[in-house]
Design a protein around this ligand. Structure first.
Ligand code: FES
Length: 385
């Protein structure tokens, strides 16, 4: 069954201490030309409501700035699908945001990059699936995407942006890590994030076909460290960031820097979330069509629910690390245990940690490519189901 289903329940909110949102993530659309099986979008995205209009997005941005947000991410789906992107960028600039376009590069061209630059876009991050067209096509579900990404990464740099590349790594491409890094050097990238995929949304459905083995992960980290040392010794400007998956940790991540503390996501239909995956939880979240962002951030049940730690169960409630990791990720706890209040099973103190150990064991099995691709057709199955 889809992890997106649950029984909404919404008692009155208890307002708890919190800061102001620093990051506003605008998921402009769920439309996307690619079909990556690790996408964190909801499984039932095909059944989500109508997208916010240009005016509604601009109003969200305005209210976000009033709340104190300074970083604005344009993401999706593929944000380039939105025909009003230049207008949204220019409004964001006018409001004083530092704006970041998170894109696959598919649908980008020289003219658009120039228009974005002129409208005031600060940063473009292009994501890659692999270091060659064969693996890239296997993961993206598109044969033409790789050449297009290479061309666009070069064009982004040519137009004066730093080249920021994101490679999502998993068991099908992590053994190419040296070729990935060589490609980044050849492209004259400035920053590269080598992030092992996270298991949310479609990624969770495909976890057993995506998760690298421990040996794969260790090798990739070692090679990345060797490249880092070599590049530093040469005075090379490329910065390599290696992100390990929490499934191989013994303590959970302090997800989102704490629930409702720093991040605010608005989905294409205007639902406001404390993290991009929270919609799967059995909690009703507010919509910007009905409430102001200030009300949503300060007073809504959804944003207050996991603030502080009075919601915690054992072993989190008496744990001396609870201020550090906040009991881990609520979405992961829900996906793995069916209880969003549970300790994140990544934690070795969790009574359900065996589920993480079982996933590690499954990652030692022979590789298969039996992916459930993220596309409209597959999503409609979850929507109807
Ligand atoms: Fe939702 Fe971690 S992804 S709380």
């Amino acid at each position: 069954m889809s992890a997106c289903h649950g029984n909404p329940q919404q008692p009155a909110a208890t307002i708890k201490p919190h800061g102001q949102p620093f990051w506003l993530l605008a998921e402009l659309t769920y439309k996307c030309p690619l079909q990556c099986p690790y996408c964190s979008n909801p499984l039932d995205f095909a059944g989500q409501g109508e997208e916010l209009s240009t005016e509604q997005w601009v109003e969200v941005f305005r209210q976000g700035r009033e709340l104190g947000a300074v970083q604005l991410g344009f993401s999706g789906g593929e944000p380039l699908v939105r025909q009003d992107l230049v207008t949204l960028i220019s409004e964001a600039r006018e409001l004083g945001y530092y704006s970041n376009l998170i894109t696959s590069g598919v649908g980008l061209n020289e003219r658009k990059i120039g228009e974005f630059r002129q409208a005031g876009l600060d940063h473009i991050q292009v994501s890659f699936q692999a270091a060659d067209d064969e693996v890239n096509a296997l993961l993206a579900g598109s044969k033409k995407a790789f050449a297009q990404k290479l061309a666009m990464a070069r064009e982004v740099k040519a137009q004066g942006y730093p080249m920021v590349l994101n490679f999502v790594t998993h068991r099908h491409n992590i053994d190419q890590i040296d070729r990935i890094i060589e490609l980044c050097i050849e492209l004259e990238a400035d920053y590269v994030e080598l992030a092992t995929c996270q298991y949310y949304g479609w990624g969770f459905e495909n976890r057993d076909t995506l998760m690298p083995s421990h040996a794969q992960l260790e090798r990739a980290e070692r090679i990345t460290n060797e490249y880092r040392d070599k590049l530093a010794a040469q005075g090379h400007p490329l910065k390599l960031i290696f992100v390990t998956p929490d499934y191989y940790e013994e303590r959970p991540k302090g997800c989102m820097n704490g629930w409702g503390q720093v991040f605010l996501t608005v989905t294409p239909d205007g639902t406001a979330l404390p993290c991009h995956s929270a919609r799967m939880l059995p909690i009703e979240f507010p919509n910007v069509r009905e409430h102001s962002l200030r009300h949503i951030w300060d007073e809504s049940f959804g944003f207050n629910h996991y603030r502080g730690n009075d919601w915690m169960q054992e072993p989190c409630a008496s744990c001396d690390e609870k201020e550090k990791d906040f009991g881990g990720c609520r979405c992961q706890a829900y996906m793995l245990t069916g209880d969003a209040n549970a300790t994140d099973p990544v934690c070795s103190k969790s009574p359900q940690h065996h589920k993480i150990l079982a996933a590690r064991t499954a990652a030692e099995q022979p590789v298969n490519t039996d992916f459930l691709y993220r596309n409209e057709r597959n999503s409609r199955v979850f929507y109807k189901g």
